[in-house]
Ligand binder design. Structure first.
Ligand code: ANZ
Ligand code: ZN
Length: 877
């Protein structure tokens, strides 16, 4: 028997090499077994893996290894989401070419990932910045263009006048560019968009079918798509309106509140605002001011509600003598509905804030159940709940739904200028997806602008349009645009002088179809191979951060539909199962001078219930602060490399899975990691002790088992059952608890049998060997290196990574006890739990011992006890 400690560093590298040499995680597309596709969101090659990656890939690896053991043809690939701004920033700050920086980072991170022992098929690896990948993305773009799913559109964008670039909404902070700090301008630019709105209804409806997605994520997607049913209502404008407009159309989802209207408001970009501003310099200045907020929804939502009274009057659709002032308001968006609204302050908070500021008053028109309409008033808080209509003429007394219908019906038939006043309309919040980025490090958009022929697609045989390597970043703006020769080409149609499109694609495009490419990354002719992609997709289990719950997943869902429409795949939904993992969080530590200390710089001592931290270097006391998301600024990060070097990958993986369900935050703690490390050693010792006893086990299964052997076998198969079910539900922390519990049971059996196999009966030796093998297989998805090592110690042949998942013997799961209801004089009063094979006399005795029964009998003997076997016990008092 070995007394040696398990040496993770040695064992992990050794097993990784063996797995590699035997290529056991390489997946064949023509494998006839049923497929199972596990995918973690691929990483951005920032240079180092962080602890969040460790969690993400561990979760996926457990599933991949489990499904492989179950006999599936598992596809578990890895690649790199490699385009994006940080590479350009590195080029600017450190004078490294984006390409070199990116591929260096990939090499470093690949090495780090390998130390985790992930069961990945590296033969399928690619980076989205490989021309062999983006060539096909350009082909998809051209196909989308042909199919009308890509087009050019004039769009308002955030323009940074110093960096000379368009900024994404997230890059505008308090109205200023995130890098330059310059006030952002709104500019109208022609941008490429993907027509995601074509599928708005479908993307919404199909959410109902995604029953292996978290409800939370589906709700977020629903809200983002934002379907609303409403009414387009035309209001007549008084004569003399600037520009001669005679009407204004608004979109409302609350036509029931029309009698509570106090004003009409238009977006600063509405044509009516533009016309009115021509003769009103103050209005022009106000509009200018509004533009500074940028296009970000959140900035608009949180900005103070402001308006400017244009002096224009609109008349109420139900009453020509009732006029409403028309404002230009900063909270009305031009690209939603019609860019114009009517405001009903009593029932909309924004409108209420607005009228309270401009003194326009409010009239409640919906009265909550149980309130007296005569006294119901609104002051600071709008009422948006249910109720009955009041102060609303012919609507009074109706419910909101009835009133909506009534207004729609009346206004649909009423006429203004020979046309119906209103029509019903379904609106979506979802906008088409603007993909143009004025960036070098992205996938070039494969079109050419010709003065004679306009937009000309790059001919397919000329793909890929490759990014030039020799770019400079000494000027602000798009390096691709500054390149002296790259953009100058001849027009493929007329042969005249023309220019390449210098915009590149949003990096979200790159990640919208990589999962499909993984199924056949070797195909040079086409983005996908139909026979393969239709078989290997959809991804059975996708795992990633909740930060991608909306855009990435929605774009991928759109792309899949667009690829189907253009003949590249045959299915609609890319991810059958989706899981969002929680974050890894850690305590924070503050030094006496107020700066942060990292976990490596301190020592923690536990005295009773108190934990006390000191600085290793000086012995000074350190304050233990709150638990927060790991961040460089708070220095509460741990480096996966250090953890793996100190404890080994298996310990890190085990700890990562142990404490919390995968969708919750997990608190990284040094104590916890040490605990996991001790458990690794304990399992190793147990495997060796079991091996010693297993030597005396008969090769064939004994015909009968004694009580001790049977109990151990029941524990083993019970654990097998519970862990299997737990893995399927991704309740990994629960699985780990079961494994620990089962390990304790085996440890007890080993302790009882003593160190020498001579004292153990053959049936028990056989049961111990079986239990040890099952234990190793149960933890092998989580701690694969240790499992291989134990597998060898137990004398098993082959790799545990390739072993079939053990068969559960169901008859060992049958409960030994049963619980029967107990009736006293015909009414159920209690339950009794007895051995399944208990005789009637034993059951009677157990029943008579029950408190409820004693109380009912009050010392007397029962007149009768009737035991209906396996069903019920009746006591007649
Ligand atoms: C009158 C009203 C009364 C409204 C009331 C709400 C409550 P959803 O559900 O998101 O579609 N709205 C319409 N177009 C707008 C725009 N371009 N910018 C800002 N707000 C706009 O929201 C529809 C509601 O948002 C519409 O219904 C409109 O205000 C406003 F008690 O009309 B409502
Ligand atoms: Zn031309």
């Amino acid at each position: 028997m070995t007394n040696e400690r398990y040496n993770a560093r040695d064992a992990e590298q050794r097993w990784q090499r063996i797995w590699d040499d035997r290529a056991i995680f390489t997946t064949a597309n023509d494998d006839p077994r049923p497929k199972y596709y596990v995918l973690e969101m691929f990483p951005y090659p920032s240079g180092r893996i962080h602890i969040g990656h460790v969690r993400n890939y561990t979760l996926g690896d457990v599933i991949a290894r489990y499904r492989r053991a179950q006999g599936y043809n598992v596809l578990h690939p890895m690649g790199w989401d490699a385009f994006g701004l940080p590479a350009e920033n590195a080029a600017i700050e450190r004078k490294i070419a984006p390409k070199a920086w990116t591929y260096d980072n990939i090499a470093a991170m690949r090495k780090q990932l390998r130390t985790m022992g992930l069961s990945l098929d590296w033969s399928r690896e690619f980076a989205t910045c490989d021309p062999t990948y983006y060539k096909h993305q350009q082909k998809l773009f051209l196909d989308f263009l042909k199919a009308g799913l890509a087009e050019r559109e004039k769009r308002k964008v955030n323009w940074d006048p110093v960096d000379m670039t368009v900024l994404a909404n997230e890059q505008v902070i308090d109205g200023r560019g995130w890098r330059s700090g310059a006030p952002v301008e709104l500019r109208e630019l022609t941008q490429w968009v993907f027509k995601i709105t074509t599928y708005a209804q479908e993307l919404l409806d199909a959410l109902d079918t995604l029953d292996r997605w978290p409800d939370k994520v589906r709700t977020m997607q629903r809200n983002w798509i934002g379907r609303s049913e409403g009414l387009l209502v035309r209001f007549a404008l008084a004569a003399g309106t600037p520009g001669g407009a005679s009407e204004i159309e608004v979109f409302t989802t609350r036509p029931d509140t029309l009698f509570g209207a106090k004003f009409v408001a238009v977006s600063p970009d509405h044509p009516l605002a533009t016309e009115a501003a021509k003769s009103n310099p103050n209005l022009a200045a106000f509009i200018e001011d509004c533009r500074r907020i940028g296009t970000a929804q959140e900035a608009i939502d949180t900005a103070e509600k402001r308006g400017f009274d244009t002096g224009i009057k609109a008349s109420h659709p139900f009453d020509p003598n009732w006029t409403l002032p028309v404002y230009v308001a900063n909270f009305v968006l031009m690209d939603y509905g019609t860019g114009a609204i009517f405001g009903c302050p009593a029932h909309d908070q924004r409108d209420l804030d607005f009228v309270n500021k401009y003194g326009l008053g409010n009239t409640p028109v919906v009265c909550p159940e149980g309130q007296d309409p005569a006294t119901f008033v609104i002051t600071d808080t709008a009422y948006d709940g249910d109720g009955r209509m009041i102060h609303s003429r012919f609507l009074d007394g109706l419910t909101i739904a009835e009133a909506k219908e009534e207004v729609a019906k009346r206004l649909e038939t009423a006429q203004l200028d020979g046309k119906p006043v209103a029509k019903r309309q379904v609106n979506f919040r979802l906008r088409d997806w603007g993909i143009s980025r004025q960036r070098y490090w992205g996938c070039p958009i494969p079109v050419i602008h010709c003065p004679a022929c306009d937009v000309v697609p790059v001919p397919e045989q000329d793909l890929p349009v490759v990014l030039p390597d020799d770019v400079t970043f000494d000027k602000p703006g798009n390096a691709l645009d500054h390149h002296p020769t790259w953009k100058h080409v001849t027009c493929p149609q007329c042969g005249g002088k023309a220019q390449r499109e210098t915009d590149t694609m949003d990096t979200f495009v790159d990640s919208s179809w990589y999962f499909a490419r993984f199924t056949d990354p070797w195909n040079e002719q086409a983005p996908t191979t139909r026979t393969v992609v239709d078989r290997m997709m959809p991804v059975d289990q996708y795992i990633g951060g909740v930060e991608h719950a909306i855009l990435h997943l929605l774009y991928a869902r759109f792309f899949t539909r667009a690829m189907k429409a253009t003949g590249h795949i045959a299915f609609d939904e890319p991810f059958a199962g989706q899981y969002t993992q929680g974050m890894v969080v850690h305590e924070t530590y503050r030094k006496p001078d107020g700066t942060w200390a990292s976990p490596g710089e301190i020592r923690i001592e536990t005295v009773g219930n108190d934990r006390h931290a000191t600085l290793l270097s000086t012995g000074e006391t350190v304050t233990i602060g709150s638990i927060e998301k790991m961040s460089k600024s708070k220095r509460n990060t741990v480096d996966p490399d250090d953890i793996i070097a100190t404890y080994g990958a298996d310990t890190a993986r085990w700890f990562m899975l142990s404490d919390s369900p995968p969708d919750r935050d997990v608190i990284w703690s040094e104590e916890g990691v040490k605990g996991a490390s001790r458990f690794v050693q304990r399992l190793w010792r147990m495997a060796n002790e079991s091996a010693e006893i297993a030597k005396s086990a008969p090769p064939a299964r004994p015909a009968a088992f004694g009580a001790e052997a049977l109990a151990l076998r029941k524990a083993a198969h019970g654990a097998l059952d519970r862990v299997s079910a737990g893995i399927e539900k991704m309740h990994f922390n629960v699985c780990l608890a079961h494994i620990r519990e089962f390990a304790n049971t085996l440890a007890d059996a080993l302790a009882r049998s003593g160190p020498s196999s001579a004292d153990v009966t053959p049936d028990l030796a056989w049961a111990i060997r079986e239990a040890a093998n099952i234990l190793v297989q149960l933890f092998s998805p989580m701690m694969p290196h240790l499992a291989e090592e134990c597998w060898v110690a137990l004398g098993q042949s082959g790799l545990v990574s390739e072993a079939a998942w053990p068969q559960i013997e169901r008859d060992l799961l049958v409960e030994d006890t049963m619980t029967l209801p107990v009736q006293i004089n015909g009414r159920k009063r209690a339950d009794v739990t007895v051995a399944r094979n208990a005789a009637s006399g034993e059951i009677e005795a157990a029943v008579l011992a029950l408190d409820e029964v004693k109380r009912a009998l009050n010392g007397a003997a029962p007149r009768k006890i009737i035991v209906v076997p396996q069903r019920i016990v009746n006591v007649v008092a």
